[in-house]
Design a protein around this ligand. Structure first.
Ligand code: URA
Length: 207
């Protein structure tokens, strides 16, 4: 499986608006939503198809259809910001949710909420989180999604740190990783540099 860094001009333009600290909640959300649609196009590029016989108004033909259902899984809470854009492009997608938080004693990520559609095992599962920083919670979320039987998993994020990509490639080499932009590093507080700050806070207007 592979890591793809999109480096798409339209995404980079919109991402720069999101990164700007002067950008407010409304514009941040709107640009995230637009980027999510562009990312959905890229993330779904390799979904497998099967032949299907249909008849057009002119003649019979062999068409194509997706083999598997698509399940979106945002990691709470910032992942929620990518859901609408993906759903616009894949309106039949089911949506599961997973919430991860850090146990302050063990410092390990722990699941505090999970709910998945029954087709998870046979689906193409697209796990969504705008930021891949240390990779700790994303890796743990994917481990837990796999434990529930998911086999075909892709992870889509907007901004990644090299550290997060390395951890993900090591722990989940079978998971395709699609990243809109690769940033420089993590700072001592675990924020991506230059990044865009706390994606959840900026998306929901909390601070
Ligand atoms: N999560 C965020 O929202 N921002 C970062 O920079 C890192 C993790």
């Amino acid at each position: 499986m592979a890591t793809t860094i999109l480096n798409h001009p339209l995404i980079d333009h919109k991402l720069t608006i999101m990164r700007n600290k002067e950008t407010g909640t409304k514009e941040f959300r709107q640009n995230l939503d637009e980027i999510a649609m562009l990312m959905a196009y890229e993330v779904t590029k390799s979904l497998p198809l099967q032949n299907i016989e249909i008849v057009t108004p002119i003649c019979p033909m062999t068409g194509k259809q997706l083999i598997r259902p698509v399940v979106l899984v945002p990691i709470l809470r910032a992942g929620l910001g990518l859901v609408d854009g993906f759903k616009t492009i894949i309106p039949t997608a089911k949506v599961g949710h997973i919430g991860m938080s850090r146990n302050e004693e063990t410092l390990q990520p722990e699941e505090y909420y999970a709910k998945f559609p029954s087709c998870l095992k046979e689906a193409d599962v697209l796990v969504l989180d705008p930021m891949l920083a240390t990779g700790g919670s994303a890796c743990a979320a994917i481990t837990n999604i796999k434990k529930r039987g998911a086999k075909n998993i892709k992870f889509a994020c907007l901004v990644a740190a090299p550290e997060g990509i390395e951890v993900m490639e090591q722990k989940h080499p079978d998971v395709d990783l699609i990243v809109a932009a690769l940033d420089e590093k993590l700072n001592e507080k675990g924020y991506i540099v230059p990044g865009l700050g706390d994606a959840g806070d900026r998306l929901f207007g909390t601070d």
